[in-house]
Structures are given as C-alpha cells and as structure tokens.
Design a protein around this ligand. Structure first.
Ligand code: NAP
Length: 253
C-alpha cells in the first residue's frame, strides 16, 4: 500500500514533546496527520509546522482523550478532513507523583482516565475503519517505569502497565485483520514533562546528571521515540505485533 492508500495518522498529545516529534515524523513519512491535543494552540502550531514542511496536517485541539464523546467527534473530524484513520499513536499521558498512601481516588481516576481509558476510547473509535481497510497500525506510548516500577508513581505505573496489557490483547484479537499493535515505553526523554519533574525536584538529580550515568550517556530525544514509531508503522514491520520496544538508552534491558 502507498502512504495515501494507508489513510491518515492520528497522534494524541501531539502538541508537545514526544507526540510532537511523532506527528512531524509521520507527516514526513507521507501520512496525512491529525494532531490531537488538549492544548489547542500547541496542536495548531504542530499542524502548522507540518504544513510549512509541505505536508497535509490538521489540528484537533482542545480534545480530551479521557472523554469518549470528544474522542469520537475528533475521529470523525479527522476522517472527514483526511480520510479514515488507519494509524493511531496513543501518546497523550498524565503523570503523577505521590506517596502511595496519599494517592486520592480522584488522582488515581484521572491518571487511569487519560493513560488507559483514553487509548481504550481511541482504539474503539479507530479500529472499525482499520478492519474495513484490512490494514492498520497502533502504537501505544507506555513507559519504562512499567518495566522497573517507580516509587511514588504507583498510579502512573499501574496505568502504563495496563496499556501494555491492552497492547498485547489487541495484537492477538486484530492480527488476523491486518492490524498490528505495539507499545513503545520511553525512558528519560527530554520533554516538557521531564523538565517539569526536574523543576519540581522529583528526579532526585538534574537531567544532565542522570544523562551522564545513562548507558548511552545522553537523555533521550523525542525524535528517538518518533523513529521507533515510524518503523513500527512501516510496511516492513508487519510481522511485529504485541511487542514492547523499549527506547531508553539502555536504562532498562
Ligand atoms: P508532554 O511534553 O507533557 O506532552 C504531553 C502532551 O499530551 C501535552 O501536550 C498535553 O497537553 C497532552 N495531553 C495531556 N493530557 C491530555 C488529554 N487528556 N487529552 C489530550 N491531550 C492530553 O509529555 P511527553 O514527555 O512528551 O510524554 C508523552 C508520553 O510519553 C506520555 O504518555 C508520557 O507518559 C510518556 N512517557 C514520557 C517519558 C519521558 O521521559 N518524557 C517517559 C516515559 C513515558 P497539556 O500540556 O495541555 O497537558
């Protein structure tokens, strides 16, 4: 299939950090790309950047992935503007840092809603068109913390571990329909989310100090994650499904 026959790509949380890099990379790869983000200005700015580079892209701004109605409406808008969404990257995520005994129900529910229910809604909205096309690609951005566990991030780690289970089960169910489903758990990628954790003193050290003891001796770049997604979405990766492809500089093996 050519990229145009492969339909559109939709990246959630595409307005910042890792999602931004993935959206720009998929546009570069030839997909008409929908940039979905809670932050409308950020989504528009990334779509505009892709268009300036000569690619077809739209913003789906102000959309909260934890709201099923908003997700369904956004997928409809993407389909009307760009064609059926046959590539879905569930990247939007919400972090949290709290001693386990102090995690509130509200905080637990919010993190689960964004990190796990969001991908659930997006997959349910996108998969029917993938089945109709006999081809689809889903990449879920989980977290290296799901390999290792992370103290004070139990709610976040539990949600990302759930996303790995979602990935594996969908891979089995939809492999026969031509749809692959994989997860990329990033580790220590220099984004606004990571810098925010650094500023709040949650990393225990500076990004630069931690990078200095990371096996590859640098922090991850959003483009590192985008490259892995690009490969998993490519035709060549059609025999890879249900897999956890760690991109973490060797911090987790
Ligand atoms: P980021 O820079 O904070 O970008 C996340 C984007 O998602 C933001 O634009 C954010 O909008 C948007 N978003 C948040 N909640 C949303 C919602 N409910 N609906 C739609 N959009 C929403 O974060 P990042 O570091 O690139 O992280 C991207 C993904 O990688 C996340 O799932 C994160 O958990 C995962 N990850 C990152 C690292 C790392 O080292 N950076 C490590 C492991 C996993 P607002 O700014 O308006 O909230």
């Amino acid at each position: 299939m050519s990229t145009t026959e492969r339909g559109a790509a939709l990246v959630t949380g595409g307005g910042s950090g890792i999602g931004r890099a993935i959206a720009l990379r998929l546009a570069e790869d030839g997909f008409a790309t929908a940039v979905l983000d809670l932050n409308a200005d950020a989504a528009e700015s990334v779509a505009e950047e892709a268009r300036k580079n000569g690619h077809e892209a739209i913003a789906l701004g102000g959309v909260d992935v934890s709201d099923r109605d908003q997700v369904n409406a956004a997928l409809d808008r993407a389909k009307r503007a760009l064609g059926p969404v046959l590539v879905l990257v569930n990247n939007a995520g919400k972090t949290g840092f709290k001693e386990f005994l102090k995690i509130t129900d509200e905080s637990w529910d919010q993190i689960m809603a964004v990190n796990l229910s969001g991908p659930f809604y997006c997959c349910q909205a996108a998969i029917p068109d993938m089945i109709a096309a006999g081809w689809g690609r889903i990449v879920n951005i989980s977290s290296s913390s799901a390999h290792s566990g992370q103290q004070y991030m139990t709610h976040y780690v539990a949600s990302k571990s759930g996303l790995i289970g979602l990935t594996k089960s969908l891979a089995l169910e939809f492999g026969p329909k031509g749809i692959t489903v994989n997860t990329v758990p990033p580790g220590f990628v220099d984004t606004p989310m990571l810098r925010g954790s650094e500023q709040r003193g949650l990393l225990g050290n500076s990004v630069e100090d931690i990078a200095a003891v990371t096996p590859v001796r640098r922090a991850g770049r959003p483009e590192d994650i985008a490259a892995a997604c690009s490969f998993l979405i490519s035709e060549e990766a059609g025999y890879i499904t249900g897999q956890i492809i760690g991109v973490n500089g060797g911090r987790n093996t």
